[in-house]
Design a protein around this ligand. Sequence first.
Ligand SMILES: [Zn+2]
Length: 409
Amino acid sequence: MTHPRKLVLRVVAILLMVASISLNTQQVYGQEGIAVEDAAVEVAFGQTITFSAKVKSPIPIKQVSLLFRGVNEETTRVETLQAAEDGSVSFTYDASQNLIPPFSWIVFWFQATLADDQTYTSAPITFPYNDDRFPWREISQANVTVHWYAGDDAFGAAAMDAAGSGMLAINEFVPVSLSDPIDVYLYSNVNDLQSTLLLGGEDWTVGHASPKIGVVLAAIAPGEKQSIEMETTIPHELSHVMMYRSLGGKYNYQPVWLTEGIASMMELYPNPDYAHALEIASANDSLISFDQLCASFPADAGNAFLAYAQSQSFVTYIRETYGTSGLTRLTEAYGDGFTCELGATNALGTPLSQLDARWRESVLGQNRAGAALRNLSPFILLMLLVLVVPLWGAIDMLRQRRKHGNKSK
Ligand SMILES: [Zn+2]
């Protein structure tokens, strides 16, 4: 077997600069193959990523391709490039769709087909795709690093406290690792945050987690409300990362109401508007049934808010009824691929639709009379039979008597 993959490129140093990343490479020619010189990446965050290099070889190059992907992505993008006479190639990727998550790593390499019809591959180079539009400051404790650019030292310290308390709360439910790093980036406003999210995000999004890369993003402005917002958003988003680390690939099989419900349950400061939203929706009969919250949440702000309120209340109800072990069984059943309805049957002995009805009855006080009647219905039927049959007989007897009486008058 021949080995066309002669790795002749060695990255000696990766120098990070504010806007452009210069990748010093040492040229090492083999007897054959390609050498990549002056490889560089220029990032205009959220706009473009420009890759450039000189691809050299001792024999003519027929074709050069640039290959790149996020280090945690499965699909590799392939771009066929036109090499100049000196081997220069360059490609500008449109990053405005935010398909590559901020603060992730991108890996790229080159492939060239030479005049000998062999294809040679260069060594991969990785670089960080960071949102460098802001003067980030940072504070670290254990495996958590909080980054922020607005607010003073106390702001960073408060965020770190919220992260620490959140981790303690989460640890009661999922094992928390203290070694894998987690980075929390605090934007000072929703616009700055949303400019980093896929398709701009939903306009109500104040927090976002990229569990695969251990990155949490949140919009929290320094000020009076900062602690409440930190104690709500940071534990919520951290718990998405922890659930992902605990469940691995099974995380993606979980119903959205369950992961969002658990994450919302970890918020240290209960949202007072949730109870109000539930009350109104219950009275208006506009609650969303949980089987509609399995694959995704509604896109509009009002219904999304209700979906979070419901999920938080529903998961809390399940935890109070079946214990933390019940919730764990539930995530395991869904992780095994059970459907939304049957995962609940498998884990808790009750299908989702019935859990939903019981939650409405016991938490929202809906249909109490109906529920009581349903529980009693076999007895009521029996009672009716026992009572009505003799009653009918008695009425009939009275009628007969009255008839006779009338006649006698
Ligand atoms: Zn969430």
